[in-house]
Design a protein around this ligand. Sequence first.
Ligand code: XMP
Length: 496
Amino acid sequence: MYLKKLDIETGFTFDDVLLVPAASGVEPSETEPASKFSRNIKLTIPFVSSAMDTVTESGMAIALARAGCLGVLHRNMTAEDEVEQVTLVKQADDIIEREVLTVNSQATVSDAARMMQNYSISGVPVMEGDEIIGIVSRRDLRWIASKKGDQNIRTVMTTNPITVNEDVKLEDALEVMYNNKVERLPVVSEGTKTLIGIITMQDLLEKNQYPAANRDKDGKLRVAAAVGPFDFKRAVMLDEAGADAIVADCAHGHNLNVVKSVKEMKESVSADVVAGNIATSAAAEEFGGSVDGLKVGIGPGSICTTRVVAGVGVPQVTAIASVAEVASQYDVPIIADGGIRYSGDIAKAIAAGADCVMLGSLLAGTDEAPGRVIAIKGRRYKQYRGMGSLGVMESGQSSDRYFQKKDPDMPRGIGQTKFVPEGIEGATPYVGSVESVIYQLTGGLKSAMGYTGSPDIPALKANGKFIKITAAGQIESHPHDILITDEAPNYRLKDN
Ligand code: XMP
């Protein structure tokens, strides 16, 4: 009976395999890396950030959404603070200004001119109740305000101004403005004249710098937020604040109480619900089609010690493929979470069945990650720590990720804590802006798509073929027999 237990399958991780080159009719620059995070959330680029307190707060989430990716806010803060973080992301790039200054139809030309002067705005809608009946610009009033200031505003306004509905896309709004030679577009609720907001050319030009941005139906940047698997109150608060996805953040998603709770959570919120973390087909089957995304990874992360502390885990490529085998039958997207060190690992994760990857260490050293840059022996670093590390568990609200509770009477220090950490605390090299990291990672992924003849992500998922490599093959894969003198932007030296 026991010997039979050793009749076992092999688990593969990124360094155990390579993608096999294939006949290709597609250049890397022509490939399309768009994918999905969850059932209703698309990604222009298939990268999302880890819900860790040294990786994702609103600054990271805004930068990622602008780049077409997605940030998952960590939960090592109060629910109110996490709601505030969602709000900051949602307010960052809304193309519609919803707090509109208006004048009513009784106003005089002087009233409107004064308002525009005082608030430094160049145009104002004229209202009858909550309906827009016209619009005036500073240009319309320039001459007449000094001569006939007491004249009613109706006499100078543009009647029946061109309006758009709330679901207008940025490019469409720009086109309407160019075609009609106007600089501001009132937004009305569909089929009515009820004013909801205004879109200005100046705002659009600023936001148009991010054509790949990941936006919701209102044009606001998308954001996901982590919650404890039993924290319904926080999930509902985040949902109401506009979070696009609620990510049930747990080290063992196949815990049956977690499965039950997350399924109930899905019924309580309108946002997508992503469950995790899991690493087997059986766990994926347990969720079936009941959630909008599944996060895969037990112990592959750079700061994780779960596999050594608990002796449990599944090498990540096998974990992804095992979950994908089942999740694909339910059309549930998969997020490969942890262990990604190079862009090549991203391509391997997708070829193994992932729809996108979650990155911790690769993003923790960027400007947009929380925390400041520190210098150690003349080199620059940023702090990076596991959410199961002693520091995090003792500091806040996420020890339930590891099914552990804080003992208020216990002093801090190794040997005195009641926590059993499953992560470490450290520092990661400072790497500059997240934009430059995304650029390199995307370039690597597109290169893989070219080598494997995959025009898009579904093709890479379906056709990417693996070959198993030996320890010698692994050495051959990295630069060898050379002293590296100049660090490449996409290849971290081992002692870093
Ligand atoms: P990378 O390799 O990108 O991994 O740095 C980030 C992922 O690691 C997970 N995570 C942890 N896992 N103990 C663990 O076992 C921890 O303390 C810990 N903190 C984070 C998490 O899934 C993250 O996205």
